[in-house]
Design a protein around this ligand. Structure first.
Ligand code: HEM
Length: 446
């Protein structure tokens, strides 16, 4: 009895804290326990940390679970019925239409575009920013935004890129918090604070996206990119995809395809700043593999430590830090009944720092991901890209991008955090540094 009351209080406290910062709110005991069962009002909530249970819910019995309101509600005004939030037949069809754009054979071409866009920024830093300060989160977001629109939609947005960035910041300010009502499954018609504020951000966002789509419709020559796959799609009746759905998919790919990589790079440079020994090893690897030139796709196999730093950053600071699913029918995990309607929560933040799955879990140790130690990483204890049918569509794109951009910027610059700047991971829609990441830019001799 005492334990139950205690847990309800713990949960209530958690839900309240979670609204402002989810990752700071998880109780310490969760980093040791494998399955936490909570009852909140009429709904059951499970917080899962056992790899076998995660595999069951996300892969083996994935058809019994859908993304829950907490995942969908805050993104719906921006993404509508796009692939990140849709379900069932529509999701299946749309994912299939877009999948060829993420085929591995396209990565080399994407890598060239990534390096073109990144070297423009790095050249600008070399010319104008040495000795000055940048907000790394903002710089990386603008860069990855430029990369996703160039690669997937065939456009260089210029000022439109800044407009999209600003619109998304405004949207995050109004919709970025996960609401308690969503975690416990209240219906979507219940008004939530901040909903109205985000509308103008959505309008700004829509203006830029509408321009991208219109430009494509006016082009004589078809292009070979994701946008063309969406534009060329025909229903059995011969009808094209509706304008609304086309807009929703462009918005979804734009959003899913840039912020997460920018966050990864920002945390990676923060971790390197805090660990000069690893930074020196990275510089040694870059010097011996690249000898001062910018990296290319072909260099990737020879940059194992650079890649391991990306993997370890994704462990400690997973940009998508929480997954929430809802059971469509009764199920069972580890011998425990999961009634229909239950909420299944996986915090990759907790899972990736769980005491039973990781040695010295809070230590930044990229060597865990080097080939000889990688075998020890338990499957489903590490899920920065999710798992199962809804695994990230851009996993390989994101890994190539993060590794090459890290190599390029680390080789040319030394980034020093503004002294006494408080760095706090803020777990809302994604896991960003609260108050940005102000870094002083110094030239690094290559
Ligand atoms: C380091 C970079 C990235 C990380 C950490 C990341 C992480 C994730 C995660 C965890 C999910 C699954 C969410 C869930 O199951 O609830 C996801 C889904 C998705 N990601 Fe990524 N992502 C990254 C980069 C990208 C890129 C570059 C693209 C596009 C080129 C992309 C496109 C998508 C899409 C479309 C989905 C939805 C898939 C579906 O629901 O079927 N992501 N991502």
């Amino acid at each position: 009895m005492f334990r139950i009351t205690h847990e309800i209080l713990d949960t209530a406290k958690y839900l309240n804290l979670a609204r402002s910062n989810m990752v700071a709110a998880w109780p310490q005991s969760y980093y040791r326990r494998e399955l936490i069962q909570l009852k909140f009002f009429h709904k059951r909530m499970f917080v899962m940390n056992r790899p076998e249970d995660i595999q069951h819910v996300m892969v083996a019995n994935a058809s019994n679970y859908r993304k829950s309101l907490a995942n969908r509600q805050s993104l719906k005004p921006l993404l509508g019925k796009g692939v990140f939030v849709s379900e069932g037949k529509l999701w299946e069809r749309q994912r299939k239409i877009m999948s060829p754009a993420n085929h591995k054979k396209r990565l080399k071409g994407y890598a060239e575009t990534m390096m073109d866009a990144a070297s423009e920024v790095a050249d600008d830093w070399e010319g104008n920013r040495i000795g000055g300060e940048v907000d790394l989160m903002e710089e990386m977001t603008l860069l990855t935004s430029d990369i996703i629109t160039r690669t997937m939609f065939g456009v260089v947005l210029g000022e439109g890129n800044e407009a999209l960035y600003q619109a998304f910041q405004d949207y995050l300010a109004s919709h970025g918090r996960i609401h308690i009502s969503e975690l416990i499954g209240l219906p979507s018609w219940i008004p939530r604070p901040g909903q109205a504020m985000g509308r103008s951000a959505v309008r700004q966002f829509d203006d830029v996206i509408a321009g991208v789509i219109e430009e494509r419709h006016n082009q004589d020559e078809p292009k070979d990119d994701l946008l063309q796959m969406l534009v060329d799609f025909r229903e059995e009746s011969g009808e094209p995809m509706t304008g609304q759905l086309l807009r929703d998919e462009v918005a979804s790919i734009y959003l899913a395809g840039h912020e997460t990589t920018a966050i990864t790079l920002t945390w990676a440079f923060y971790l390197l700043h805090e660990h000069p020994d690893i930074k020196q090893r990275l510089w040694d690897e870059l010097a011996s593999t690249l000898c001062g030139r910018d990296p290319t796709y072909e260099d990737l196999p020879n940059l194992p430590l650079t890649r391991a730093i990306v993997d370890e950053t994704l462990r400690l600071y997973p940009p998508v830090h929480v997954f929430s699913r809802q059971a469509l029918g009764d199920d069972e995990i580890s011998g425990i009944r999961v009634p229909k309607g239950s909420f299944m929560t996986i915090s990759s933040w907790v899972l990736h720092r769980h005491k039973l799955h990781w040695e010295d879990p809070n230590r930044f140790d990229p060597d865990r991901f080097l080939p000889d130690r990688f075998k020890q990483v338990k499957s489903f204890a590490y899920i920065p890209f999710g798992a199962g049918p809804r695994i990230c569509m851009g996993k390989h794109f994101g890994l190539v991008e993060a590794t090459l951009l890290l190599a390029l910027f680390a080789q040319r610059f030394e980034l020093k955090l503004r002294s006494e700047h408080p760095v706090e991971p803020l777990g809302r829609m994604t896991l960003r540094p609260h108050q940005g990441m102000p870094m002083n830019v110094l030239q690094h001799e290559r």
